[in-house]
Ligand binder design. Structure first.
Ligand SMILES: NC(=O)c1ccc[n+]([C@@H]2O[C@H](COP(=O)([O-])OP(=O)(O)OC[C@H]3O[C@@H](n4cnc5c(N)ncnc54)[C@H](O)[C@@H]3O)[C@@H](O)[C@H]2O)c1
Length: 268
């Protein structure tokens, strides 16, 4: 299989390195608006080919991974599906836009191809999706981060919250995922993934906490439903290359790609 990767940043370049060692992958096409990184990887990895245009990437790839930005989802994903190519989206936050999401789903159906959304920076999305089958009463996503992670959030500035002098954890927000993605854009990928796997943006509850005692990004999903109850937590270390991205998000992209290219799936 030939794979195409849009975005050669922390996640895209890690994916390319992992794909190099997968026997199912023949060629890896890399496209980034800055061509420097893809050229560097082309020199280092034998399967990587740096591509200058999006059109060429689509034509040559059997399966394409978006690991770039929300803008890239709007610009490229429909065109990928129109060519009948399966697609994995990392910038899941772009799918908060109902029109864009439904358009991509309709296009995938029409052209008989698939859209994959990995677990990303979370754990427990598999259990949440299973729970949704019999019906869920409640889903709460609680995100706890160091206060500095919220320093440039407009909502925090408007509320006049003094993040620098917190001595104990402070709840910054409690509300629906729909409100949370607007007020906390950096939390959009996790809130979108939980909402799409479970009860949707209007019924998923989100709690956001600034915690001066932590240096990690902590996400907890609690679910109650007909199946029973579930609690899944992850303490994420930042990715060295891009500290805004959690290490496990890149690992989740690799794990998803391994499932997609292989014939043996565990924990589908
Ligand atoms: N689903 C999740 O839980 C999760 C977790 C972490 C990151 N992400 C998302 O994954 C994406 C990639 O993350 P990253 O850490 O690798 O980012 P990064 O900033 O390290 O790399 C992104 C790369 O994409 C390129 N790019 C951006 N827009 C582009 C466009 N329109 N056309 C071509 N190239 C473009 C940039 O030049 C850059 O090299 C981001 O949108 C991020 O929000 C999702």
């Amino acid at each position: 299989m030939n794979i195409g990767i849009i975005g050669c940043g922390a996640i895209g370049s890690t994916l390319a390195k992992a794909a190099e060692d997968m026997e199912e992958v023949s060629e890896i096409y890399l496209f980034d608006k800055s061509h420097v990184c893809s050229r560097v990887l082309e020199d280092k990895l034998s399967k990587v080919i740096s591509i200058l245009t999006f059109e060429e990437l689509v034509a040559k790839s059997d399966f394409i991974i978006e690991a770039a930005s929300q803008e890239a989802v709007s610009l490229f994903c429909k065109k990928i599906l129109e060519k009948g190519k399966d697609l994995m989206i990392m910038s899941v936050g772009a799918l908060v836009d109902d029109d864009l999401r439904e358009d991509l789903k309709t296009t995938a159906k029409k052209h008989d191809c698939k859209i994959f959304l990995p677990t990303g920076a979370l754990s427990g999305v598999d259990g949440l999706a299973s729970a949704a089958v019999f019906g869920i009463e409640e889903v709460i996503l609680t995100t706890r981060k160091p206060p500095s992670a919220f320093s440039d959030v407009e909502f925090i500035k408007k509320e006049g919250i003094d993040l620098e002098n917190l001595s104990s954890p402070k709840i910054l927000f409690e509300g629906t995922a729909k409100e949370a993605v607007k007020l906390f854009p950096k939390n959009v990928n996790v809130a979108a993934t939980v909402s799409l796997a479970g009860m949707g943006f209007e019924r998923t509850k989100v709690k956001i906490i600034a915690d001066p005692s932590t240096e990690q990004n902590h996400h907890q999903i609690t679910v109650k439903g007909e199946f029973g109850s579930m609690n899944s937590e992850v303490d994420n270390l930042p990715f060295e290359r891009n500290p805004k991205t959690s290490k496990i998000a890149a690992a989740s992209a690799i794990a998803a790609m391994k499932k997609i290219v292989s014939t043996y799936w565990v924990g589908v």
